[in-house]
Design a protein around this ligand. Structure first.
Ligand code: VG1
Ligand code: CO
Length: 549
């Protein structure tokens, strides 16, 4: 029998969650009471008025990064001391973010705590993160995150069970005081859901029947076990199809961010004359995806548009899609598909939490972000392997190479040239000044001409949730040009060092003869304009971005 301890504590002032939960350096989380304060603040802000957590289930798991183990032990002991009836944990403390969402929904849990800093590097000197997802399986709303933050600023005590380490290494049931702990296979429920959505028979034929070659890069992160199980064991892709399939606490010292710059081996295997037909990668916690064909890169914005246009080819979406949504900085490619399908298209602020209400209300079926995030109403998180399986289903049915499918799509809808320029680890006050200065000038920009371009409107994006009417302001500065091109500026809400300025640039091209340019060339004038409008070099001292995607 464990003993419940009440520990006196003092608030930390900096526990304000960003775009996706609280992300800090591991060393920050290792401070005495830091993690405990935040976890207790989650419990205090969400505890039901009558009966508390009695009869309630909490799902816990993470991407396996450094500190995952230790943090989970603490969280489980705190869940017991806060009177939860049951905790469901992934074996070895592992759950991908989409699998956690799936499990919360499937077992009708009260919610879940997911440990991840997603695509940020891991290890003792790198990043850690924690977030709370509600009963719908989705990230806490802005309102709830604000309540958790407010609680973290007045917390005085937390509760924790005094007990030995809980063994999470084996599937099965344990007991901690009055609380049951169910350790589950992290893959099984998620794999079963994927099998319901996609035509596994046809994908198996594609992967085993001929010369089709697939390469999936799990980036030493959470999707390794999922990809081994689903792509290799179940769907028959030969061993070796999954690269870097073993989750490591420091991701092998690499950056688990699925973009071309961080996936050199995958780039090599999908390039040249002997290129694999299909390549994909996922991030630290398994919610992002990058899609490649032989010698071909599919932008995340195009991928969302393509899945929307071809959705009925997958059994789970056979009856069509109700609507789509994209984050504001994501390209307008999916808008064109929605228009031609005659379905609504919603434009939300950055971050998956804004899709939850639209999904719950049945207003949308598919949604996505330019930052390698795509998902649907099957869970309430973006889902990396889901996107990979959707593409494989599509390729199996259409029998054409990735590049041909995308080019044909461009012929029909035009090509939305797109690029994102990131200026990382900029001094926070310099980044703030840049944004504030530009914000002050927005009103004067409409009607101004720059070479071939004319600014139609410029504003600071605000969003009113169509379901609950909640409002979110200052979600990114938008420069909208005549003809549909856009330049967008916003500051990242997931970094742990200084500020990251993101500049998103897009322009639409209808002429198929002009569809084969490098986006950096096609968008060169707009890129130049993006520098001049915000005086990026003046404020940041940087003449060029650190990362271009
Ligand atoms: C970034 C992306 C955003 C995404 C978020 C979480 O946020 O831009 O689209 O939802 O990361 O993704 P920001 O505020 O840094 O731009 V994940 O896979 O890191 O949880
Ligand atoms: Co992620």
């Amino acid at each position: 029998m464990s003993v419940r301890k009440t520990i006196a504590t003092h608030p930390f002032g900096d526990q304000k969650p960003g775009t996706s939960g609280l992300r800090k350096k591991v060393r920050v989380f290792q401070q005495a009471n830091y993690l405990e304060n935040f976890v207790q603040s989650i419990f205090d802000a969400t505890r039901p008025g009558n009966g508390g957590f009695a009869g309630k289930t909490l799902v816990v798991g993470g991407d396996g990064r450094f500190y995952n183990d230790e943090a989970l032990q603490t969280i489980i002991k705190m869940a017991a001391a806060n009177d939860f009836e049951r905790v469901i944990a992934g074996r070895d403390g592992l759950l991908s973010t989409p699998a956690a969402s799936c499990i919360i929904r499937k077992y009708r849990a009260f919610g879940g705590i997911i440990l991840s800093a997603s695509h940020n590097p891991g290890g003792p000197d790198a990043d850690f993160g924690i977030k709370f997802n509600g009963a719908n399986g989705g990230p806490a709303s802005e309102e709830l995150t604000a309540a958790i933050f407010a609680q973290s600023r007045r917390i005085e005590q937390y509760y924790i069970a005094d007990s030995a380490r809980v063994d999470l290494g084996r599937v099965g049931d344990r007991q901690l005081g009055g609380m049951q702990i169910e350790v589950i296979d992290p893959v099984a429920d998620y794999a079963a859901l994927m099998e319901q959505l996609f035509d596994f028979e046809r994908i198996r034929e594609l992967l085993t029947g001929g010369s089709f070659r697939l390469q999936f890069d799990a980036m030493n992160a959470i999707t390794g076990p999922y990809a081994h199980d689903i792509l290799e064991q179940t769907l028959g892709a030969p061993p070796g199809s999954v690269l870097r399939g073993q989750p490591l606490p420091d991701f092998g010292g690499e950056h688990p961010d699925p973009n071309p710059a961080h996936t050199p081996e995958l780039q090599r295997l999908t390039s040249g004359r002997d290129a694999a037909d299909f390549g994909a990668a996922s991030d630290g916690d398994g919610d992002r995806n990058m899609i490649l064909g032989a010698n071909f890169y599919v932008t995340p914005s195009d991928s969302l548009a393509l899945l929307a246009a071809n959705a009925t080819l997958a059994p789970g979406y056979r009856d069509g899609i109700a609507g789509v949504a994209r984050s504001m900085p994501t390209s307008q490619a999916v808008d064109r598909v929605a228009k031609s399908l005659g379905i609504p298209c919603f434009e939300t602020p950055t971050g998956w939490k804004f899709f939850g209400n639209l999904l719950d209300a049945g207003k949308i079926t598919l949604c996505g972000e330019e930052s390698f995030g795509t998902g649907s109403d099957h869970v309430r998180e973006k889902d990396g392997l889901w996107a990979v399986l959707f593409w494989l289903n599509l390729l199996a049915v259409r029998g054409e190479p990735v590049a041909d499918i995308v080019r044909r799509h461009w012929q029909q809808y035009g090509r939305d040239y797109y690029t994102r320029h990131d200026y990382e680890a900029v001094a926070s006050d310099a980044a703030q000044s840049l944004v504030e200065t530009l914000r002050g000038q927005l009103g004067a920009l409409a009607g101004q001409r720059f070479g071939n371009h004319e600014i139609e409107t410029a504003d600071d994006f605000g969003y009113t949730d169509p379901v609950d009417g909640s409002q979110s302001r200052q979600q990114g500065l938008r420069i909208l040009l005549r003809g549909g091109a856009r330049i967008i500026y916003r500051l990242s809400g997931t970094g742990t060092e200084g500020a990251t300025l993101r500049v998103y640039i897009e322009g639409h091209e209808t002429d198929p003869a002009r569809h084969n340019q490098d986006p950096q060339n096609a968008l060169a004038e707009l890129i130049d304009l993006s520098h001049r409008l915000a005086r990026i070099e003046h404020f940041t001292g940087r003449g060029s971005p650190d990362v271009v995607t």
